[in-house]
Design a protein. Structure first.
Length: 178
């Protein structure tokens, strides 16, 4: 926020282009923690949005209405103070040629501290099956980043489908710094 987003918004305002809405910055962060901006999008990023939404305690619709009205500074937005981490479960062949139609089992029920966001799924004869590359984003909350990470990986452990793949290192750099 301090190094990329706020300077961007300040620069846009200085140039007579004040911005209200979602601003997604695609970043690469080097080994020393220095961010490099790759892209900007005027939308929520996927899968980066899921941990943000899990922390949002307020109703999203009034926030969107404030953005449309240019009154975000008057929006009352309540956030869960806990850390959140999301891990994407991808289909066999992702990213080049993701396979579709693999049955998904072991989906946990939604909990206050964990949600499974569906992305590349569909119902087929009452079964949830893969239908894209990024299939699910399992997102967990915790009182610390370590606890959020643990909760997320615990929740995804029983999920199964042929060719399931996911990264096991999500959050590891942040944990090393903490």
């Amino acid at each position: 926020m301090r190094e990329v987003i706020q300077p961007t918004l300040q620069g846009m305002a200085k140039d007579g282009l004040p911005y209200s809405g979602f601003l997604y910055a695609g970043l690469m962060i080097d080994r020393d923690g220095n961010p490099k901006t790759l892209e900007y999008n005027c939308r929520l990023g996927d899968p980066e949005t899921q941990p943000i939404l899990l922390r949002l305690k307020s109703d999203l619709l009034p926030v969107l209405e404030h953005a449309l009205d240019g009154t975000l500074d008057r929006a009352r937005i309540e956030w869960d103070r806990r850390s959140a981490i999301g891990v994407v479960l991808a289909a066999h062949g992702y990213p080049d040629a993701p396979r579709k139609g693999d049955a998904i089992t072991g989906l946990p029920k939604a909990a206050e501290d964990c949600r499974v966001f569906h992305a590349g799924t569909r119902l087929d004869a009452g079964r949830v099956v893969t239908s894209g590359g990024r299939v699910l984003c399992v997102t967990g909350l915790g009182d610390s980043l370590r606890m959020a990470r643990s909760r997320t990986y615990e929740a995804l452990a029983p999920i199964r489908f042929d060719g399931l793949q996911y990264r096991k290192d999500i959050g590891h750099r942040a944990l090393k710094r903490s």
